[in-house]
Write a protein that binds this ligand. Structure first.
Ligand code: ATP
Length: 663
């Protein structure tokens, strides 16, 4: 086991690779690793847009035919895992139907409960087990965590385990094995600690829906996207305010509960760490329910979920471990930010003062970022770009209003979102021209992939009616850097700048200027780095005619706000939920699913049929090959597996298990 400083250096190096070439595969024997400065000298200077090294190789944006998510090779150990499930569930009369999919760690199979009579209605259960065997504790942990969110409508629910049936009562078994049959159910057979039973989501995961949409060349309709956004927000509300802990909110209601935000209560500090399209399942829609038209989404797979407490946050070892918990493409700035590189040896984000703004600043806003990434996947029908691509976004100036960034009293302890300090703030004493050269897109075009020209200085216009952006001026020259701002009242001795906004007092950043020099904050918006701003292009200014024009500017903008670098700029759940609900009502009529007629309903119904209810199209048949050379199975994974496997980032022995194949 590597020492803590060695782990720190490795982690910094891995994430630098992630930020620069978008890969995680690193060679710790390489010269580059030995030369890698640890810790990084100097102060952290904020997001460095030009950090991506090989722009010529940069595949952005990753989408289009052949660019979607592919299934991974099947992991070893599937067959024994399935066998284990079948053996252990048989005493409870649960019969195997098919495999649903597999992940980095486990297998999910569909079972049905049958009393043996031919006309009985089958009840379906999803059974999950670890590939590593029953001794693996992670599934037990996952079971306990999933139960924390019991009765929440947008979280997958565990199902009660049916009782063991006495084998004597089974005629088939008696006939076959005689009166001794009862010996078959040993203690070990009854022990289901390594198995989890879940409700069944017939339509599979969003990942499967994305694969079908890509194969059939169809978009997710905007109306469906708004609703899915709302479902995901509800799931995050459930994690922040788990229904079992706030039972009084739901008094007199029948579960499952539509999640609510209670007034003035502290949030639970659950971080999912693994929100991605694989782990969002599509449930059913039912007339008369809360989802009469568009199916509910359910967040699943709480294998990595963790409720952080002060002990975790102050434990350097834990924090470093959390840094590596996510899948490729879904790491959050809290994990990949270069701010980590400046943390001194043997220290961690929780033990230095003042705490870093982004590095290790895990909170419910970490979930919000990953949820934004899932929405970005649904809009673009491809993964988010790696290396992660930061571009300035503009968030409402009213973001300075606590309602934008805070739901509960506890959030007020977090830094209030003053204007993003940006490089002008971070550079401090060692500011030099080199920094400008490196980061000024207009001057250094090579640093910008072709699709991103001008985006940094001309992000999409916020769509609020009060917003009237001045026309971009080609002769724009960056304003001279303002004098560095310090609040150096903490004698910490670390190479960190103190918190830029210790008094929670909003400051106007002199850099927040439009190209003509007018202050952005003054016109109601402030500037922040976002990894979701790539959803816009120049054509978006005032129109929906861009590459993602099938999705309104408003939806993309809200997603981009969930994906800011600094968690403080991400919106509060209450604010976001209200905005999204308001937009749905304005566009499609009142809740729950709006008016159930009109063009958008036809579009959605058609999409449900062709995308959600349809199986993954089979790969076109390859020309027959000579015997003995037959190719491997299709992307669905064969044997009823509808979904590809996945793996968790750096945990999976350092290999990237999700791949993007370009056409
Ligand atoms: N309740 C369910 N209903 C329908 N399909 C499911 C259900 N649970 C899991 N699946 C399918 O099985 C696949 C594998 O799920 P599982 O949660 O076991 O993966 P995992 O091992 O936890 O993956 P990872 O941790 O790598 O995300 C999912 O992507 C999904 O398609």
């Amino acid at each position: 086991m590597a020492s803590f400083p060695e782990r720190q250096k490795r982690s910094n190096f891995q994430f630098r690779t992630y930020r620069t070439i978008g890969s995680q595969l690193v060679n710790y024997q390489s010269q580059a690793y030995f030369d890698f400065p640890f810790p990084q000298p100097g102060v952290y200077r904020g997001v460095r847009k030009g950090e991506a090294l090989f722009h010529s190789e940069y595949q952005y944006p990753v989408r289009g035919p052949g660019d979607v998510i592919r299934a991974d090779p099947r992991p070893a150990g599937l067959a024994p895992a399935r066998q284990r499930l079948r053996r252990k569930l048989l005493p409870r009369r649960l019969h195997w139907s098919k495999d649903l999919g597999f992940g980095g760690n486990g297998l999910a199979s569909l079972f049905f409960l049958s009393d043996g009579s031919p006309n009985s209605r089958r009840q379906y259960f999803v059974a999950k087990c670890n590939l590593a065997g029953d001794a693996d504790k992670t599934l037990r942990q996952e079971k306990m965590t999933t139960d924390e969110f019991q009765d929440a409508m947008h979280i997958i629910q565990t199902r009660k385990i049916p009782p063991v049936q006495n084998p004597r009562s089974s005629r088939r078994v008696r006939n076959r094995e005689g009166p001794q049959a009862s010996r078959r159910w040993t203690e070990a057979d009854r022990d289901l600690r390594g198995i989890m039973l879940l409700e069944y989501c017939q339509r599979g995961s969003l990942h499967k829906a994305l694969c079908v949409a890509d194969a059939k060349k169809i978009h997710f309709p905007e109306r469906a996207l708004w609703h899915m956004f709302h479902c995901l927000i509800q799931a995050l509300i459930a994690m922040a305010y788990p229904p079992p802990r706030h039972g009084d909110l739901y008094n007199g209601l029948l579960p499952p509960f539509m999640e609510e935000i209670p007034q003035d209560r502290e949030k639970a500090r659950w971080i999912h760490f693994d929100i991605d399209p694989h782990n969002v399942l599509v449930h059913k829609s039912e007339p008369g329910s809360d989802h009469p038209l568009i199916p509910a989404l359910k967040l699943s797979d709480f294998g990595l979920a963790h409720e952080l407490d002060d002990r975790n946050l102050g434990d350097n070892d834990h924090m470093l471990t959390f840094r590596g918990w996510a899948k490729h493409f879904f790491f959050t700035p809290e994990q990949f930010t270069a701010e980590w590189d400046h943390i001194p040896i043997n220290e961690g984000p929780g033990t230095i003062y003042p705490p870093p703004r982004v590095a290790g600043n895990f909170s419910w806003k970490t979930n919000l970022f990953q949820m934004g990434a899932v929405m970005a996947c649904l809009i673009t029908q491809s993964y988010v770009p790696t290396p992660p691509w930061p571009v300035w976004t503009f968030i409402p100036g009213r973001a300075l209003d606590p309602e934008y960034y805070s739901d509960s009293p506890q959030d007020d302890d977090a830094p209030a979102p003053g204007p993003d300090p940006g490089p002008a703030h971070y550079h401090g004493d060692d500011y030099d021209d080199e920094y400008d050269d490196e980061h000024d897109d207009d001057e250094n075009e090579e640093n910008t992939p072709p699709h991103h020209h001008h985006q940094a200085h001309h992000p999409a216009a916020p769509s609020s009616p009060s917003y009237a952006p001045p026309p971009p001026s080609p002769s724009y020259a960056a304003p001279p850097p303002p004098p560095p701002v310090y609040y150096d009242n903490a004698d910490h001795g670390y190479p960190f700048l103190p918190h830029p906004n210790p008094n929670h007092y909003p400051r106007q950043n002199p850099e927040d200027l439009f190209p003509d020099g007018s202050p952005v904050g003054g016109s109601g918006y402030i500037r922040a780095w976002s990894y979701g701003q790539y959803l816009f292009s120049d054509e978006d200014r005032g129109s929906d005619a861009s590459e993602f024009g099938h999705v309104s500017v408003r939806l993309r903008e809200l997603v981009a706000w969930c994906m800011t670098d600094d968690p403080a700029y991400r919106p509060s759940l209450r604010w976001l939920e209200r905005e999204v609900r308001g937009e749905i009502a304005r566009r499609y009529g009142e809740e729950p699913d709006g008016e159930l007629q009109g063009e958008s309903v036809r579009e959605v119904s058609e999409w449900i049929k062709t995308c959600l209810d349809a199986p993954l199209p089979k790969k076109p048949r390859q020309p027959r090959q000579p015997r003995g050379q037959a190719g491997g199975g299709g992307e669905g994974g064969g044997e009823g597996g509808e979904d590809g496997g996945t793996g968790n980032g750096f945990m999976a022995s350092g290999t990237t298990k999700i791949r993007i194949t370009t056409g």
